[in-house]
Design a protein around this ligand. Sequence first.
Ligand code: PLP
Length: 367
Amino acid sequence: MSTPAVEFAVRPSTRPLPAEQRDAILAAPGFGRSFTDHMVTIKWTAEHGWHDAEVRPYASIPLDPANMTLHYGQSIFEGLKAYRRPDGTVALFRPDANAARFRRSAARLAMPELPVELFVEACARLVRQDLAWVPQGGETSLYLRPFMFATEVALGVRPASEYLFVVIASPAGPYFTGGVEPVSVWLSQEYVRAAPGGTGEAKCAGNYAASLSAQAEAARHGCDQVVWLDATERRWVEEMGGMNLFFVWGSGDDATLVTPELTGTLLPGITRDSLLRLAGDLGHRTEERRVSVAEWRANAADGTLSEVFACGTAAVVTPVGEVRSAQGDWTVSGGSTGKVTMRLREALLDIQTGRAADPYGWVHTVA
Ligand SMILES: *Cc1c(COP(=O)(O)O)cnc(C)c1O
């Protein structure tokens, strides 16, 4: 059975933000504070499947107090960016990969799986509708936030029979305004992000809710971010906050890049996947394997571990400097930003922003 085509209705805003106000926002957008004039919504019901796709004015969504999401948390999301390129075109970075992951997240939370083409079309249509909101220059972008939640009104515990898929967009400035600075991290030994058999691989709202007390604990210890360890032994390094980690052994062209393997409790990042590919093509050895806290500490001390960085869509690549834990503190590469980190950061951003050609087919032009 083939899925019937879903037609998009377009209902432009009658009250878009005046251009001067929009330009003032675009001059210093920050992250996730301002939203564009439109959003895309697509409904799903058990009876009708995907239907009522609409590009419409950005607006509140009415919420019944017995909305199932509020009680049982069927809520998943994605994050991806559209960049305005030097040749004037606007392109999304690997939207098909986000679409595929969104389907896997949906499956894990017993939610309906949106077809990849529909996800990509929804993102592309929103960018085209709000093209004037895509910032120009530097490392600025239009951040897209596709998400889906249950809309059925009922308190019985079971998968809902109605959902809403939504895409909203928010202009994003460069993540680092005063140069790329390493973050400090707290090793969380009390809290875990994900356990075997849990939802660690799914990009679901609940994972973030569960991470907030650990993040607060990290802040209490004077750290910028929390580092997650495995739930079973508290011995293996998994992720940093909402980002994947890379470890660099050796230096220069001989450096080997190691990233924790996807054991089922890590979120499979698209930035992680892209960097593995890029690093290999830049001549580095790459490995996906487990990395222990003991190894991190000992090899930072003897200097064989030269750099550590985190990666994800929002910040792209962030160096990690100081590590603090209940067992003591240590520093990687004297707390400065490493060369391999910067080289990979540039190589990826060059492709994303259109400063360099894309030999991988990652860039998806939408306008
Ligand atoms: C989204 C996310 C990442 C990064 O994924 P990207 O696709 O690279 O943005 C890493 N870890 C967690 C927990 C996440 O939620």
